[in-house]
Structure formats: structure tokens, C-alpha cells
Design a protein around this ligand. Sequence first.
Ligand code: GLU
Length: 295
Amino acid sequence: MSGTTRNAPVFRFAPSPNGALHLGHAYSALLNAGMASRAGGRLLLRIEDIDAARCTPEYEAGILRDLAWLGIAWEEPVRRQSDHLHEYEQALARLVADELVYPAFMSRGETRAHIAELEDRGRACPRDPDGAPIYPGLDKALGQRERRRRMSEAEPFAWRLDTDAAIAAAGPLHWREFSGEDMLRADTIAARPQDWGDVVLARRDVPTSYHLSVVTDDALQGVTHVVRGLDLRPATSIHRLLQRLLGLPEPAYFHHRLILGPDGRKLSKSLRDTGLATLRDAGHTPGDIRKTVGL
Ligand code: GLU
């Protein structure tokens, strides 16, 4: 981008190509572009495609087409997460060496069954901020020898963060959160990573996770301003924790309102009538889209 310096603020829009972009994405992308431009900053585009089972090149092409149609200009090259698995593995290796992660051998199905059994017996299983049951931490109790044996037998496992140990190592954490898109005022928010329990940092099938890839990329790309939906605000607690553990810089955050559907619920990628391509084909202009999302 011309007219910007190396110290200019860096914003990013980071969609996952597991569906078509809808009005909520348009709002987020346009907001990032507008904030970057008003701040004399740069806008990066990152394709978050670590989930090979759900992400497709067709969706990625659709994202680029929709963003260009909206008039959004991003810097090249686009960063595609599936091209950078090695960098996430390096970040993970550091946490392994620091003994802040442990291998969890229980599959998702086994974990679900275990939680259902606990609940049947009247045990309350706390939920994380997304409403999912917190991992009961069974595999954390395995001895080193047992772990090594199962790993050497190539039993599949995910790496989970030992969140209590990580919090003890990191100490109290906060982040700077802008209260409006004008970025005139910021509050200091206390992070609560304990609300998430032992999150997965590297999945059985992919050597990383959303949390690990996002903090690694934001640091490697020099992102200074993370602007994303309010639905991701609770995840910032885990991101701050990982940034501290990995010695990464701390961006400022703005979590914007969500665009809701006519039923008052968050838009989903399967809601075709709010899809950008569908709206474009029906004759809507980029100006109409801006108006619809209140920009
Ligand atoms: N890839 C995430 C999504 O599409 C956004 C990640 C982020 O902005 O931190 O919801």
C-alpha cells in the first residue's frame, strides 16, 4: 500500500473458507478496511483454512471475489494458514518444552460420552464461554511413562493446554479494548483464560488449532489492531495467555457488534439469503450492502 510507513497500524480480516461470506463478514471486512484507512494503516487478508475437511478452494475464490466486489483492497500476498503449519508446530514445540501442554488421547466422542456419564450421575460439568462442556482433564493425570508409551505406539492424540499451569506461569493478563470504531477510547480488560479449561492447541488431525494459529499469525504478520466480532471476544483471554507464554507482542482489540438475521440470531454460512453472492446476483450493489449493515 502506498503512503504508509513501516510503523503504520496493521489490521487484518481473517475469514475461514468453509462457506460463503454473508452480511456479517461484509460488515467486519468493511469495518477493518475503514478503520485501517482512517488510521493510515495497512489491511492484510488471511485465509484461515487449517480445517482441511471443511475448507475448499472454491470458497476461498468466492471470498476473494466478494471482497473485491465490496471494494476492499488488501495487501498481497494473502496469507493462507495451511501454507504455514511448520510455524505453528514451532510455537507448539516451545509449549511442549515448557511442559505447558499435555497429550490428550481421548477422542471427541469418548470425551462427550464421559461427560454425559458424569452428568447422568448428577455431576455438574461447567461450560466454556461458547457453551461447550469444559474438558474434564482426565488425560492430564497420566504418568510420563504411560504418555510416552502411548505416543510411541502412535496412538492419536491432541495437545491440550494445561491452563492452570499456564496461568501460573503467565501471571495476571489484560488487553486493551477500544470502545468504539473511532478508537478514541480504550478500556483495560482482565483476561479470564480459566473460563475455557484445557483448550486444544493442536488437533489429532491438524498440527495446530484456531487459537494457536491466530496468535502466531498475528505476531508474524505484525498485526497491531485486531478487529473482529463480539462472538470472538471471550477467546481473547486464551489469545493473551498464549501471547504471553510465547513472548509475542500484544495487539489492541476492537470487538464489533454482530449482524443478526431476521430471527435475531447470529448469521450462519448456510443462510443463503444473507450471502453476499446471492445478494449480488439479486441486483444489490456494494452501496446497498453498506447501508444494510449500517455503514
Ligand atoms: N477465522 C475466524 C472466523 O472466520 C476469525 C478469526 C479472528 O478474526 O480472529 O470466524
